[in-house]
Every structure is written in structure tokens, then in C-alpha cells.
Design a protein around this ligand. Structure first.
Ligand code: C2E
Ligand code: CA
Ligand code: CA
Length: 573
């Protein structure tokens, strides 16, 4: 805080001046008294009259001295009072207002009125200074905010790459230019496969670091850094001008995929991730932005679903596939209402060959689309958010059928129902199951739910919660398609399932190599250690069945015993 430079006298100077004024006044009085006392009144009159001119001179001198002292003192105090007022009202406030030095303060005046005045002005200045500081801070923050916002609206916070909005705006302009120039640029969509499992296994920080590393590799690979974008959590877009030509473009896309699948060193982890990429040309989309984005998505989905390759170039036939998928998705609800969906049951046998249960497998005989296998419509139902309609149908129908099957196969019979990962996220699932059990008078011990290993690993905690609730109800649980894709078995110690369903791929290995049965034996032993039963799926031959039973499998399922068939076939046999 500053201080005003006033023409103020120091305290010592005030004291000296005051004292000299006081002393001179006392001296004058004392001299007069002494003079009177020493010479007497009579003598004084005679002396004065004989030395009148000297006396008058003395009186004038003494009066002059006192006058000047009085005058000086008077002036001094007047000046001080004026000085305070003048300095505050003109000099100080001027410097504060004109120079905007709001951090200055009035000094501590000796005059009490001025002291109060100065204290009030200083208080006002304090408030003013604080207010100005607060406003400045606000302005600074809003500027920062503005800068950040413009940055955020253009770039992805994590990878620093252009974000979807900025990228698509730029792409729109590039497409207009390309159309005018008659060139054929391309768009590449890259999707990281199973990225979620990286998050699940290694944690979000490693997942984020991986995304940053992927973005960096993409930037290294491309010339125009502005034309790369992170589209969603694990999807990246890349715009490639037409400088490469059609053949080189395909090579470029393949090289890009190869570049991206090389292992990443993230902290002390070496992570390798598979990618699927779609490529679409601007001409095939008539240079229309949304068509091009849709085409590249179709190509990428196609690569994922059909070709089992890492990369696919968009062709119009893919569009037909996508349109059919949309048609399927749009028909699911009406198909259930029109009773086009039904359940086929496939028997499961125990080690003695006795039917101990059935798996409910949904079928769709569509008047419009023909017969649809579940592998065709279940993934579409899942991705379009319609799976719960199918699941509800299957639960209701299977529970309605259970008493009939028990009638024929005995009280210990277990009917398995497949649940998808999305079903487990719906908080209505448990209520649906309970209501349906009550409606059809089904005992929970006759019901088993199957969930695939990949669905389980997608969200271990959530699935465990649902599993706990289903266990509490009295149902049993099975881990389906076990052995497909995941090498780490450590999660098995955490999972709360009653049955491991060995995938058909495992079973097929038995006849291919000796190591196949060795692996199955290890899995069966491990499952036993963890108090789980093992069911082998896709058993097609007697020799397979014998080996599996020898190894210690508890249940067998497959065409060797039963093909999926309608309820009537099983109860009328
Ligand atoms: P999944 O749960 O693994 O069902 C077993 C599949 O293997 C069935 O195919 C069955 O017909 C087939 N299969 C059984 N034994 C053999 C065999 O010996 N050889 C061969 N080659 N195949 C055999 P399906 O019925 O086509 O079902 C395919 C998949 O669709 C199922 O695989 C399951 O993931 C899904 N799915 C079926 N019904 C439902 C359902 O109601 N809900 C859900 N969410 N998924 C279902
Ligand atoms: Ca199953
Ligand atoms: Ca299975």
C-alpha cells in the first residue's frame, strides 16, 4: 500500500515551533513583570517619561517580536489545517483519480477531523481497490474461459486432435473443394477392437495413455495433421487427399493398420491392440458429408462383422447389408407381436447320457425376411437397443414351457436362457424374471441363465451384482462360450458362476491335436477347484463325447445328442 507525498512537517518540528512560541510569550510577560517590580511604579513613570523614545522603541520591538511569533504560529496552524485540506482535496485525490492509483492511502493526519476524513477516504479506497481487483479477476477468468472454449470446441482434450465438430466442418469444406476440382479423396475410420478391456484390465489412466499414443501414431503417419480426428472414445477418422491414387490408397490404409497394431509401451505395460478400419471414397458419396460418414462406418462395420479382416473398402453392396440390418432392427417389435419369434430347445445330457436340461434358443421365421438365425438378428437387436424385447419374450415363453418339460423330464430339469450384456444393464430384468416366475409358477431351481464370457468381462462388477441377485432368487448361472478370445483366466477366481460352458472351438480341438484334450483337462480341473461344473458345447460325435467324459466334463450338449427343436418335438418324443 503506498503513502501520499505531502508537505507535512515532522512531529519534532511541530514541537520545536510550539515551544519557541510558548517561551517567547512567557519571556515577554516575565520581562514586563520584572521591570515593574525592580523599578517601582513611580520610577517607571519617570524613566518612561525621561526615556520615552527608547521605551517606545522597546515596546515596539517586543510587540513586533511577539506579533511575528503570533503571526507565524497562527499562520503555521492555519497553514496546517489548510495544508491537510488542500492536499486531500486537490493533490491526493487528483493523483488517485487521474493516475488511477487506487492503492494509494491518505496519511495519518494530526488534525482529528482530517484523521476521520482520511480514515473514511482510505476505507473507500480499500473497497474500491478490492472491487477493482475482483472485476479484473473476473475479466481475466472470462478471457481464459473464452480461450479455453474456442480450443475445446476445436480440439479433443485427451489427444489434442481436432474433435468431431471441427473435423467435420473442415471436411465439409474439403469435400466442396474436391468436388469442384473433380478429385476423389477418401475417408478412413479406425476402430480399436476391445478397447474397453484395456480399460477394464489396466485401468482408465492406461486406457487414456493408449488413446493418446494411437493419436500420436496417426499424426506421425499423416501429412495433414488437421485432418485427423478422434470421433468417439476409441474411433478415429482420417481424411486422405487424392494424391495417392486408388491402388496406393489401399496400400496406405493397410500400412496404417499395420502401423497401429504394433505394440505400445505404456508405462511398464506392453499393449497390443487390434483395429478394424473402413475406407470410403468421396465420389461414392457424391461428395456429401453425411453419406461419406455413413459409408465409412458401413465399411468399418463390415470389416468387423464379415470379413474378419482389419480393413474394408466401402462398396455399394455393403450398403445393402446395412439396409437389411436396419430393416431387421425395425421389424423386431412387430415380429414379436405377430408371433414370428419362437423358441427351440436343445437338450443337455449328464455324464450318464440322461437329459438333465435344455437350452432355450430363439428362432425368427419372418414373413418378410425369411428365416433368420439368431446370430443374424441378436447382434442387431443388441446394437439397436431392442434386445430386451427379445429377452422378455424368451423369458416369458421359456417359463411357460418349463412346467411341460418338467412333466416329461423330471423335477430336476434345468432350462437355460441366454442373456446379453445389455440385458444386465437394464434394472427391470430382475423384476421381469420374478414376475414371470410367479405368473407361470416356475421354481427358480429349474432356471439357469447363460452369459457369454465377453459380456461378463465387459462389465465384471455390474454382472456380479446381477448374478448375486439371481443367485439369491435361487437360479443357477453359466459362463457361455468359455475360452473364446481371452487368455487370462485369473478372473475366474472372482466370478460367481455354477457352470463353465466350454465353447465348441475347444471341443473341436480334441480331434485336431493331443494338446486340445490336455488344455480341456486343465480347464476342467481348474473349474472343479473353483466348485464349478463344466458343460461341453457343440459335441458332434461319440468319440468327442467319450473323451470329454473321460476328462471329467459334467454335461454335454451338441448335435450328437440333440439338435435344437420346438417344444412339441421334445415333449411328444
Ligand atoms: P450359444 O448360446 O452358444 O448357443 C449354441 C449355439 O450352438 C446354437 O446356435 C446351437 O444351435 C449351436 N449348436 C449346438 N450344438 C451344436 C453342434 O453340435 N454343432 C454346431 N455346429 N452348432 C451347435 P444358435 O441357436 O444358432 O444360436 C447362436 C447364438 O445366438 C447362441 O449361441 C446365442 O449366443 C445366441 N442366442 C440364441 N438364442 C438366444 C436368446 O434367446 N437370447 C440371446 N441373447 N442370445 C441367443
Ligand atoms: Ca448359450
Ligand atoms: Ca455357447
Amino acid at each position: 500500500m503506498g503513502s501520499l507525498n505531502l508537505l507535512n512537517l515532522s512531529k519534532v518540528q511541530y514541537v520545536i515551533l510550539g515551544l519557541s512560541f510558548l517561551l517567547s510569550s512567557i519571556m515577554l510577560v516575565l520581562t514586563a513583570v520584572f521591570f515593574l517590580l525592580s523599578i517601582g511604579m513611580q520610577n517607571m513613570i519617570s524613566i518612561i517619561s525621561s526615556n520615552l523614545e527608547y521605551f517606545l522603541l522597546l515596546v515596539i520591538a517586543v510587540l513586533g517580536l511577539n506579533y511575528s511569533l503570533l503571526h507565524f504560529g497562527f499562520q503555521f496552524f492555519i497553514q496546517r489545517a489548510l495544508h491537510d485540506t488542500v492536499s486531500v482535496t486537490s493533490f491526493d485525490l487528483e493523483s488517485i483519480l487521474q493516475k488511477k492509483q487506487f492503492n494509494l492511502r491518505l496519511p495519518n493526519y494530526s488534525n482529528s477531523v482530517m484523521q476521520t476524513f482520511a480514515a473514511q477516504v482510505n476505507q473507500l479506497l480499500n473497497t474500491l481497490e478490492k472491487e477493482i481487483e475482483a472485476r479484473l479477476n473476473l475479466a481475466r477468468l472470462s478471457l481464459q474461459d473464452q480461450m479455453q472454449k474456442s480450443n475445446l470446441t476445436q480440439y479433443d482434450k485427451l489427444t489434442g486432435l481436432p474433435n468431431r465438430l471441427y473435423f467435420t466442418q473442415t471436411l465439409q469444406n474439403e469435400l466442396i473443394k474436391a468436388n469442384k476440382a473433380g478429385i476423389n479423396p477418401a475417408l478412413i475410420l479406425i476402430d480399436l477392437n476391445e478397447f474397453k478391456s484395456v480399460n477394464d484390465v489396466h485401468g482408465l489412466a492406461i486406457g487414456d495413455a493408449l488413446l493418446i499414443a494411437v493419436g500420436k501414431r496417426l499424426s506421425e503417419f499423416t501429412i495433414n495433421k488437421k485432418m485427423i480426428s478422434r470421433l468417439s472414445s476409441d474411433e478415429f477418422l482420417l481424411y486422405v487427399g487424392d494424391e495417392l491414387g486408388d491402388v496406393a490408397l489401399i496400400e496406405y490404409a493397410n500400412d496404417l493398420v499395420q502401423h497401429l497394431i504394433q505394440p505400445y509401451q505404456i508405462e511398464h505395460w506392453q499393449i497390443q491392440i487390434a483395429v478394424t478400419a473402413g475406407l470410403a471414397l468421396a465420389k461414392d458419396a457424391d461428395y456429401d458429408l453425411s453419406t461419406l460418414l455413413a459409408n465409412v462406418d458401413i465399411a468399418q462395420q463390415y470389416a468387423k462383422q464379415h470379413s474378419k479382416q482389419a480393413f474394408c473398402l466401402y462398396t455399394p453392396s455393403m450398403k445393402a447389408v446395412r439396409m437389411r440390418q436396419q430393416q431387421i432392427a425395425n421389424s423386431i417389435i412387430s415380429a414379436i407381436a405377430q408371433k414370428e419369434l419362437s423358441i427351440y430347445y436343445q437338450a443337455k445330457v449328464d455324464c450318464k447320457g440322461k437329459v438333465m436340461g435344455f437350452e432355450a434358443l430363439v428362432r425368427w421365421h419372418s414373413a418378410e425376411l425369411g428365416f433368420l438365425p439368431p446370430d443374424d438378428f441378436i447382434p442387431i437387436a443388441e446394437s439397436s437397443g431392442k434386445i430386451r424385447h427379445i429377452t422378455n419374450f424368451v423369458i416369458d415363453q421359456a417359463f411357460a414351457d418349463i412346467p411341460k418339460l418338467i412333466n416329461k423330464y423330471g423335477q430336476a430339469l434345468i432350462v437355460s436362457i441366454n442373456l446379453s450384456a445389455i440385458d444386465l444393464k437394464a434394472n427391470t430384468l430382475l423384476n421381469t424374471i420374478e414376475q414371470s416366475m410367479l405368473k407361470h409358477r416356475v421354481n427358480a431351481k429349474n432356471v439357469e441363465f447363460e452369459i457369454t464370457e465377453s459380456s461378463y468381462l465387459e462389465n465384471i462388477d455390474q454382472v456380479n451384482n446381477v448374478f448375486d441377485a439371481l443367485h439369491t432368487l435361487g437360479c443357477s448361472l453359466a459362463l457361455d462360450d468359455f475360452g473364446t478370445g481371452y487368455s487370462s483366466l485369473s478372473y475366474l477366481t472372482k466370478i460367481r458362476v455354477d457352470v463353465l460352458k466350454l465353447d465348441k472351438q475347444f471341443v473341436d480341438e480334441i480331434e485336431r491335436s493331443n494338446s486340445g484334450s490336455v488344455i480341456i483337462k486343465c480347464v476342467v480341473d481348474m473349474a472343479k477347484e473353483l466348485n464349478m461344473k463344466v458343460c461341453a458345447e457343440g459335441v458332434e460325435s461319440l468319440s468327442q463325447a467319450n473323451t470329454l467324459l473321460q476328462i471329467g466334463c459334467d454335461q454335454l450338449q451338441g448335435y450328437h445328442y440333440s439338435v435344437p427343436a420346438p417344444l412339441s418335438k421334445h415333449i411328444n418324443e
